[in-house]
Design a protein around this ligand. Structure first.
Ligand SMILES: Cc1ncc(COP(=O)(O)O)c(C=O)c1O
Length: 508
């Protein structure tokens, strides 16, 4: 059946179906006798896990069942469910993922970029992007995001900075955009997509935090609506599916080699995908198609209410629309509440921990000057009031007129890339004390977590600015993710490396 020129009624009728979820239900109802894995045999035996999940989760846990299609060569109910997701998200093709957006980014980068090809990426990309660049052997061209001088948070990349990078690297194959950042800020995506396409580049979008954008006109434009070629989104974060389930969306099936994506997909994905996760994607798509607008708009309403109340609390500020006035802060996801607590004389790291300890409120993250609270489609007004009450309470303790601001430290590193990340990652390495590492080639990824911004990636030359930042973060409660023991950094052991080179060792 051609889907062209379908009436709204026909589309609604189609979207009301849940082909994969329904097939799972039918399989359970048929009461099969299982002689396949998993060994709990649809819950005939359960473990203590059932004390938090109930026994039903075992009953629904099966995979590779006749009639339930194959994730790697879908022709039946998985294909039908994916086609419905593509329609709901305005894509040509949708692929279900069971290892989050992390897995989707690994697949997309490794399928579309060969060793030594260039990818233009914002410096504040998630670690999955850096890791995929290591696997693929691509050559990253970093562009700097705009750093907010007051809060220290990394926002979008200015259009002119993308243009400069594209003009300097006309041979780049892919331009990578984050839509939105962890803090809900977007670049001018539509303009950037058009400019990249004019130069013959593909546009890949990390929409880990944007899977609800397609459903409300009060949200920034989605990657598919902006005409981007490929997007990977964590439907589990903002669109109601279960943790780990994500979507890979393709707009332009003429430009993207879908067969190659599927080959790489099967290389990076478990052969035992959880059907519970897949069914959750099917169900969440239906929920968002019919109720997404209402749910997202309600979340915005709650977040705006919270923001108004928080801005009345002495010493706190939470930015609103007035903040969005340039191409690096082009639009925003209003459901992200960023609260600057620096005038209280405590760090966001401290407030993040204290609010959990005293009020049992789990925030999304704490940073140097800010905390981030995310309002979601499941949030309730009572939850918002608890957050406001907790912050009002802290204000009595921490707000003193004239309190000194915490000195601002954050500067995004701009180290020089000496060799490709893959070369450095696979080179022989040694660990050196961080203070003695200046001039060495870094051989590991060192991330500030959250939000997962790379401080150094393999292949970059360690400079004094990076050493100072490492020192600051290790003393200030942010997590530094690295492979080395405390106080050390893994660098390329250049003495053996060059010897190995002479012996014609290959690092690719
Ligand atoms: C910007 C960004 N990209 C990608 C990811 C990875 O998403 P997932 O957790 O679904 O693997 C995250 C996770 O937090 C993220 O913040």
């Amino acid at each position: 059946m051609s889907k062209k020129n379908c009436s709204a009624e026909e589309i609604n009728k189609r979207q009301a179906q849940t082909p994969f979820l329904t097939a799972c239900k039918n399989y359970i109802d048929s009461n099969p006798t299982p002689f396949d894995v998993p060994s709990h045999k649809m819950g005939r035996i359960t473990t203590e896990l059932a004390s938090i999940t109930g026994e039903d989760i075992f009953h629904c846990d099966f995979n590779a069942v006749i009639g339930l299609d194959s994730l790697f060569h879908p022709t039946g109910v998985i294909k039908q469910a994916q086609d419905l997701a593509a329609e709901a998200y305005h894509a040509k093709k949708a692929i279900f993922l069971v290892n989050g957006t992390t897995g989707g980014i690994q697949i997309a980068i490794n399928a579309l970029i060969a060793a030594k090809e260039k990818i233009i990426v914002p410096r504040n990309v998630h670690k999955s992007v850096i890791n995929s660049i290591i696997f693929s052997g691509a050559y990253p061209i970093f562009v700097q995001p705009d750093i907010d001088r007051n809060t220290g948070i990394a926002n979008g990349v200015k259009t002119e900075d993308y243009v400069k990078s594209m003009d300097e690297n006309p041979d780049a194959k892919v331009l990578f955009v984050i839509n939105p950042t962890y803090f809900g800020v977007t670049s001018d995506l539509k303009t950037i997509v058009d400019l990249a396409h004019q130069r013959g580049m593909l546009v890949m979008v990390d929409e880990a935090h944007g899977s609800h954008f397609a459903f409300s006109d009060k949200m920034p434009i989605s990657a598919m609506d902006a005409g981007a070629d490929i997007s990977i989104m964590s439907t589990h974060k903002t669109a109601g599916s279960l943790t780990q389930s994500s979507l890979l969306l393709i707009k332009n099936t003429e430009k993207i080699d879908v067969a190659r994506i599927m080959r790489v997909y099967s290389m990076f994905t478990t052969t035992s995908p959880s059907y519970i996760l897949l069914a959750s994607l099917d169900a969440a798509r239906k929920l968002m198609f019919f109720d997404g607008k209402k749910l997202v708009d309600e979340s915005i309403y709650l977040a705006e209410y919270a923001r108004r109340q928080i801005n009345r609390i002495p010493g706190l500020s939470s930015f609103g629309l007035e903040y969005f006035n340039c191409s690096s802060r082009f639009a925003r996801d209003a459901t992200k509440i960023v609260v600057d607590c620096s005038a209280w004389g405590i760090t966001g790291f401290q407030l993040f921990k204290l609010i959990r300890k005293r009020f049992n409120i789990q925030l999304e993250l704490g940073d140097i000057n800010v905390i981030l609270a995310i309002v979601g489609i499941g949030s309730r007004i009572e939850d918002i009031d608890v957050l406001i009450m907790a912050l009002q309470n802290f204000s009595k303790e921490f707000y003193h007129v004239g309190h000194k601001q915490i000195p601002f430290h954050f500067q995004l590193p701009q180290p020089e890339l000496a060799v490709r990340p893959r070369d450095a990652f696979y080179a022989p390495t040694k660990e050196v004390i961080i203070e003695n590492a200046a001039g060495e080639i870094c051989a590991e990824s060192i991330m500030i977590y959250p939000p997962g911004i790379p401080l150094l990636v393999p292949g970059e030359i360690v400079g004094t600015a990076e050493i100072e930042l490492l020192d600051y973060y290790s003393k200030n409660e942010g997590f530094l993710l690295s492979d080395s023991k405390d106080g050390y950094i893994k660098v390329v052991d250049q003495s053996i490396w060059y010897k190995a080179d002479q012996l014609n060792y290959e690092y690719e």
